[in-house]
Write a protein that binds this ligand. Structure first.
Ligand code: PAF
Length: 279
């Protein structure tokens, strides 16, 4: 496994792979890897000949008051995990390599970003689409794998790829959960033991609503209230949002189309997201 830190070396490696007629699968990450990331790496390996994992905590997707500085980092551990998953290359650049001091070009997908996480994190998706576009240009992957946990991110990236004609196939992998149902996330490490125990109720809330949804013709306002009550009765947390939107375009739900139930919840300072597709 190679660790590449510069754009020029990454571009040269990818060109060589393509010249040999082979394909590259790409998993962009911010590190502090867990089983969820490893499942993305396994999918990339199944889809392509070579696999690149990027590890880069992208500053432009954090607002000044957010957790950029405390975002967990452990490169040695990540390196071991990537090796165990038979990754071919880790792309591990520093910020001075990625963003020149005079960088001012950003990629935006306004229509899908002003909702769900985009409401409380208005800077976030512009930073995500910009770094993903840059990484696609640097790594030149044939396919890239994202996790369904970040459902809004996955849809926005699919739209960017389609609108800007990136020659990259986007694959979205299912959410990987802890035994009690909590979606795996690098931020789970910030939960104290009581919060960690109570955080499992996010998944229970999704399951509860899924059962209700199967039973009746859905009244989404009523379901939102019931979900909030269900969660608040089980956990000391602050709900950022509970929303129901079309699972493919984030428009209001329409009859006979899959519905995304998306949730964002604060446990203390730690913001967790999760979702389920109701169909
Ligand atoms: O999902 C993430 O970890 C990040 O948003 C991504 C896609 C690596 C961009 O920084």
């Amino acid at each position: 496994m190679k660790v590449i830190k510069t754009i020029s070396e990454m571009v040269a490696w990818s060109r060589e792979i393509h010249r040999a007629g082979k394909t590259i699968g790409f998993v962009p990450t911010m590190g502090y890897l867990h089983e969820g990331h490893l499942s993305l790496i396994r999918r990339a390996k199944a889809l392509c000949d070579f696999t690149v994992v990027s590890i880069y905590v992208n500053p432009t997707q954090f607002a000044p008051h957010e957790d950029l500085a405390r975002y967990p980092r452990d490169f040695e551990r990540d390196e071991q995990l990537c090796r165990s998953a038979a990754t071919d290359v880790i792309f591990y650049p520093e910020t001075r390599e990625i963003y020149q001091p005079d960088h001012f070009t950003f990629v935006g997908t306004e229509k899908m970003t002003g909702k769900l996480c985009g409401l409380s994190r208005p800077h976030h998706f512009r930073g995500v689409t910009t770094i993903v576009a840059k990484l696609f240009n640097i790594v030149q992957p044939d396919c890239a794998v994202f996790g369904q946990k970040d459902a809004q991110q996955a849809l926005i990236i699919k739209k960017m790829v389609s609108d800007l004609n990136f020659p990259v196939q986007i694959d979205v992998a299912p959410i990987v959960r802890e035994e009690d149902g909590l979606a795996m996330s690098s931020r789970n490490k910030f939960l104290d033991s009581k919060q960690r125990q109570e955080a499992a109720s996010i998944y229970q809330t999704l399951q509860y609503v899924a059962a209700q949804y199967r039973k009746e013709k859905p009244d989404f306002n009523q379901l939102k209230k019931e979900a909030a009550n269900f969660l608040n009765n089980r956990a000391e947390c602050q709900i950022d949002y509970i929303e129901f939107l079309d699972a493919e375009n984030l428009e209001p739900p329409a009859a006979d189309r899959p519905v995304l139930m998306a949730v964002a919840v604060y446990f203390g300072q730690t913001r967790l997201i999760d979702n389920i597709v109701l169909s």
